[in-house]
Every structure is written in C-alpha cells, then in structure tokens.
Write a new protein. Sequence first.
Length: 457
Amino acid sequence: MKKLTIISLILLILLSAPILANLTSDVNVTLGNEGQEAGVVQAQFRITNTGNETLSNFTLSTTASGVYAIQFSGIPENLTVGQSALITVTGTIPLSFHAVTPECVPSAFSLGTISITTNTSSAQTNLFMQRANHLVFQDVDIEFNGGSESFDEGDTIDLELDSDITLIAEIENDFDDDGFDIEDITLFIESDELDINEDVDVDDLRADRDVIEEISFDIDFDEDDDTYPVSVFVCGTDENQARHGSRINASFEIEREDDFVIIRSLDHPQQASCGQQVTLRVGIENIGEDNQDDVTVQVLNDKLRINEEVSGIEVEEDDTENVRFTLSLPSQGEEGLSYFEVSVLADDGRITDTQTGSIQISCGEEPSVPQTTSQQPPQRNVAQPAVVQQPTLVLGDNRIYATTSSSQSFRTSGFYIPFLILLILVAIVAILIMARVLPKKQSSPETQKKRRSPPKQ
C-alpha cells in the first residue's frame, strides 16, 4: 500500500509538469534619466519564459495616463522555454513634468505599471519617468569664525557653539541660452535637531545664469555634543510650471571645548562727557565642559588709555557671572565715537570670546549722538549710535535690549533763566534807544523849515 502511494505521487508530478508555465520580467523600467530633456523617449525591458512550455498570445497594457502616450514594440509571437525578448517602451515627457520631488530631490516618478499576459501566464513591471533638472548648486560653503568649509553631500563639518555661521550658495539655472527661466526660487537650510529653519527668496534666474545667496544663522548654546543632520536645498519652477531644484544632505558636529567662556551681555552708557566715570557690566557664561576657577575679563581702549581687567572669576559649567567695571574717561581732547574691546579668557589663558562696544564722548557741552552711518568695527556686537535721548543699549547674544534713561533739555537746565533775563534786558535797552532817536528825527531843522515856508502863489 505504501509503495502504491509513492508511485501515485510520482505520476501526479509527472502529469502536472507540462502545464507549469512561468513568465518573468524586469522589475522596473524608466523612461528618461537625470539628463533627459522633455520630449519623446524610449526604454527597454526584458521578459523571459522560465516555465517548461512555450508561451504565446502576448498582450501588453499599462495603467499610465494617456498624457504620456505610452506604446510598446518588439512584442514576440511566442517564447520557447528559457527564451527572452526585449520589449521597447515609447513615451513622451511633457514640458510640465517635474524634475524633482516636493523636497527638491531630483528623482524618477512612478507612472503606473505594465502588465504582460500570455495564453497561460502573466507578469508585471513598474513604469517610471524622469527628466533633467536645471536648478543646481554650483558651490555651497559654510563660513564661521573667519574661515569656511565646503558643504557637500555626506560631509561632516565641525562647528563651535559660539559661531556666527553663514551659508553661501551659488545657484545656477543650467538650461541652455534658449531655455526657460526659473521663477519662485527659494533657498533653505534645515535641521530639526538643531532647530534651524531658515530660508531666503531668490530672484528669478534666466537660462544659463547664476546667483550667489547667503543665509546667516546660529546654533543654540544649550546643544549637546553630537552629530546633527543638516540639509541645504533650493526649489523653483520653470515657465511651464515644472519643478526644479537640488538638495545636499550633510552633518554638523558639535563638540564643546573643555575651557570655553563667552560674553553673554555687554551693558554700558551710549553717551558720556569728558572726565566722567562710566559703568560697564559684562555678563559671562561657561559653555565648556569643565568648571572654571580663574577666568579673566579685560577692557581695552588705547585712545582713552583704558586697560582694565578682573581675574580669578569662578564660573561653573553652564553657569553665568556678572563683572562690573568703573571706567574713567579723559578730561579733555578725546571727543567723538570711541570703541572699546571686551575679552574673556578661560582658565587656560586663551581668549575665548571678544565683543566691542562704543561710547559717544563730548567735551564742554551736552553730548550729541551721531548718525548710524558712523564707521563700525568688524566685531559681531556693536552699540549702535542713535538719536538724542537714545536709551542705554545692552548688547550680547546678538540682541539689543533697551533700558530707560533720562536726558536734560536746555529749558530745564540752569542756563535757561539767566538767558531769558538777558533777552528781556536787551529788549528794554532797544526800546529806550528807539524812543530817544525817533523824536529827534521828527524835529530836525529841515523838517521845521519846510513847515514855516508859505505856499507858492
């Protein structure tokens, strides 16, 4: 009985073998590529008979929209066992077809599927389409701390927390001279982990033209040591509303130094008189990895002969301290806008941060404030001159805070009453003089003679 069962199974397998038929095809086929312009395109894909009987009666169809005018050629009449055939797909890339995804990544887009059926089997392949992208980056750099590094795909750029950072991107419309303008262009830089989300609008670009754009940003002092993904991308649309763009994915590596103290704020008067003492308050913060036991803050101005420092300051990690200076200004000869430099030195004696402030100094009269077009130093935080009664400026952390200050006018000063009395005396003297001169003029000899002359007959 057992032998009979085995024989029956073998016969069943042998009988079913002739009806095993299988058709395979390439998984994907793409019309166009990253360099293909809009227009008529062709691509090929392979089908193979992997079964054990001849396949015939081939039919091909697609779910792609009729907009793309998909056609097939090279369809075989039949395929013997193990035989293959190349099917040619012809289609049209419309002028309005997008070159990039909404995230500004050049990509092929799915049009649907292609189905191949025969008398006994079927197969399916995915159909894609891609066109050339014409909004590209020629060069992207990251500038910080007086230097710069290229920002290329996959790069890792080392940054310090206290960095003024600028993205500089050269963007090109690389259509040929007779190609299309690209409009509604925007340049972006994004990092969710670093809370960076900045963008700038870019002027329309004619074909075969380029432009350089900048975005400035900073990194929060509270970020931990780590590597953070960052993306820079640009998007725009051509005259046919086709989307173009480019995207670069890289990383910023943040590493806190052991000894790193920064200036958080700089608080000082904006105006002062010769010989006056002014108070300067400096707020510092330890953003390094180690506690600091001997921090030094310096204030320097050669013109005003100021060279002050406070040392031995203790600042624990992530803590802040305030340092106060009383500065004596020269009694004469140093009028004008004077800049002074404030530096902080960590335990290792290295200057880790420097900021600049300014004071408008006047001698012998009430200080006046120059226009904001006055020369400014290259440092990142400068107290800006403004109009009369400008409030005290508190500089630091790239922001300006205003605190109320008072300014004495001439009418409320001690000079106003004497000046008013002097004007009244001058007016009285002038009236008395006029009163004495006018009567004499009216009774002069010539006038009297004319009065006595009789009228002519």
